[in-house]
Ligand binder design. Structure first.
Ligand SMILES: [Mg+2]
Length: 257
């Protein structure tokens, strides 16, 4: 009998939206699959470009779905941006973005300020205004380091596509002529942070539903990848976005029941 896919890896980097959750609803069979992986001694890391919720808020959301994970297992693009700044000795930064991103900075020892910050972290939030973007632009032109949470220009919502952080970042790049450092997938930062404390010989796989961020990011980081197919998965993917394996759901890591 062939070994099930789950046995071929030690560490599972799991995308959140589209793999474990649809909108705000947990995908129950996927949550069950994570429980089985943990029971089998596997290491789990949640790797999400969604900067809306803090790591603690996500931990609580998983707990309500019956899944116990330490905060350290939850890696959000907002936290990765904050951690990147703290690694570079930045202590004062402004945020144009979500509450989850705002909460991430103090947790990394960074003071929030809109007066002469050393960096500005930009994401997307429904309450972002023209004046917020103008403030971010002013900071960038005055020399503040320009950091973006994630490059997704849009994301799925129950009522269609939502405007993503990547679109805001492109607007600011057009206005300032300065490109941001991006923390989220497919950039290497978030993968490096998620894998920083793993043994060098750990067999790591990224599981996600977005070829452009999850799969391309995994390939750039030199990791194996599994694509969870959705209604919008393209038939033909270019080599840099082609996963090692395609599955219809996370539960299929364990093969056919
Ligand atoms: Mg996803």
């Amino acid at each position: 009998m062939l070994p099930v896919l789950a046995d071929q890896f030690d560490v599972f980097l799991l995308d959140l939206d589209g793999v474990l959750y649809l909108s705000d609803e947990p995908i129950l069979e996927a949550i069950d699959a994570v429980t089985r992986l943990l029971a089998g001694g596997k290491t789990i890391r949640i790797l999400t470009n969604n900067p809306r919720l803090s790591r603690v808020a996500l931990q609580q959301r998983f707990a309500r779905a019956g899944l116990t994970l330490p905060v350290s297992a939850i890696v959000t693009a907002g936290w990765a941006a904050a951690h990147f700044l703290s690694q570079h000795g930045i202590t004062r930064a402004d945020v144009v973005g979500s509450a989850g991103t705002r909460e991430a900075l103090p947790s990394e020892g960074i003071t929030l300020t809109s007066t002469a910050p050393e960096a500005v972290v930009v994401g997307a939030d429904r309450s972002t205004t023209y004046l917020d973007l103008q403030r971010a632009m002013d900071h960038i032109l005055q020399g503040a380091q320009f950091v973006g949470t994630n490059p997704d220009t849009s994301f799925p919502t129950p009522t269609g596509r939502g405007l993503g952080a990547g679109a805001i970042l492109q607007a600011l790049e057009a206005a300032t002529g300065i490109a941001p450092t991006i923390a989220g997938k497919p950039e290497p930062l978030i993968f490096e942070m998620a894998c920083a404390d793993l043994p060098p010989d750990a067999r790591v796989v990224m599981v996600g539903d977005n070829p452009n961020t999850d799969i391309r990011g995994a390939r750039r980081a030199g990791l194996s990848s599994i694509l969870i197919r959705t209604d919008t998965t393209p038939e033909d993917l270019p080599p840099e976005r082609t996963p090692d394996v395609v599955l219809p759901s996370l539960a299929r890591l364990f093969g056919h029941p």
